[in-house]
Design a protein around this ligand. Sequence first.
Ligand code: ADP
Length: 188
Amino acid sequence: MKYYVLFGPPGAGKGTFAKLLVENKGYYHISTGDLLRNEIAAGTPLGLEAKSLIEKGNLVPDDVVCGMIRAQFSSNPGVRGFLLDGFPRTVAQAEALDKILSGMGAELTRVVSIYITDEEVRRRIKGRALVENRADDADDEIISTRIKNYHEKTEPVINYYKKQGKYFEVVADGTIQENYAKVEKLVD
Ligand code: ADP
């Protein structure tokens, strides 16, 4: 079983590339952002807790997202592999993921990281706000908090995986098709 992490700042295109990889390679897509938005829409206690954090551009607690990942692995046996999108977002989550996988007798295959500049992050998120109607995409201050959280809490994850020799980066400076072609080359 293959386990890939699609890594990158908000708006890098992780969700877009994940959808294409599902179509072309048959992997199972797990997006913690989508799972959290489903919880919010369903009005669950977890959703209520997540809503106030997401609306401010802050991260949801590590144990919450790790629990969701564990549940997704165990409720989807027999797939070819998993694409993790938006997870791990902290070094603690990366460590937890290694533990979850080793507990299943498995290990992470590789991390495919999508690089775009902060300026591009802002431009893309603003464009997406017009299409997807996400409150956390429409507000400059919330976007700034998300970019700050990315640099402070998520970027250190890069070194964690570099040390394991599992980090592969794509510079997403072309069209969607060109960028996707680079991503696909890194996935079996
Ligand atoms: P984007 O890629 O635009 O940041 P996501 O859909 O991945 O969007 O995430 C939306 C929000 O959900 C994040 O800003 C964060 O508040 C929360 N979230 C998603 N994944 C995680 C995670 N792994 N850890 C903590 N919070 C998360």
